[in-house]
Design a protein around this ligand. Structure first.
Ligand SMILES: [Zn+2]
Length: 195
């Protein structure tokens, strides 16, 4: 495959980018000065090389542990469980001051994604560590998000930890990523204990 074809294929793997847009992006880049293309290539290289999952919470970071896990002003007794790192900035906008646990996805039996594919064991370990008093389930308002939340609720049953769920009212079927800060702040404040 030619290098142009390879780039078009790589672009078309991105969300929301069809073959046509991928072609447009590729030819747009090729029409730019070489320096500009080099800058993009270096930026991609840099994130690929430096950004990793935080060993504690699973959030994306350039340092271990991440800035949120390291921050002593944040409440280590409250863990907010989200599916993807992209949900963290959304919960941050809702003024959450605890810490996170990023699962790295959601349970989806139809796609063959079981608990072992997610950071479930790490969550259990953190809760068993004893410092966590509340786990807030902030999985996406979708069918799979619900299944994932229910699984965690059952996994933590019997442990001395309060398990809460974001209040209902978030647009169902959506992604936390697209919920605005104010709406999420309400859902967070009105969270309810489950199980
Ligand atoms: Zn972290």
């Amino acid at each position: 495959m030619s290098s142009i074809e390879t780039l078009i294929t790589e672009f078309s793997r991105l969300p929301g980018i069809g073959r046509k847009t991928a072609q447009r992006l590729t030819f747009h880049l090729l029409a730019q000065q070489a320096g500009q293309v080099g800058a993009l290539a270096r930026a991609l290289d840099a994130v690929a090389e430096r950004v990793h999952a935080c060993e504690t919470c699973g959030n994306l970071t350039e340092e271990q542990p991440c800035a949120i896990c390291r921050d002593p002003r944040r409440d280590a007794a409250v863990l907010c469980v989200v599916e993807e790192p992209s949900a963290v900035p959304v919960v941050e906008r809702a003024d959450f001051r605890g810490r996170y646990h990023v699962l790295g996805g959601r349970l989806s039996p139809l796609d063959g994604i079981g608990p072992e594919a997610l950071r479930m064991d790490a969550l259990l370990e953190r809760v068993r560590g004893g410092a966590v008093q509340e786990v807030i389930l902030a999985t996406n308002p979708s069918m799979e998000g619900e299944v994932t939340a229910t699984y965690i609720q059952q996994m933590l049953a019997g442990l001395p930890v309060r398990v809460t769920r974001l209040a209902r009212g978030l647009p169902m079927g959506g992604d936390l990523e697209f919920v605005d800060g104010v709406t999420l702040a309400h859902a967070l404040t009105a969270r309810q204990e489950v199980g």
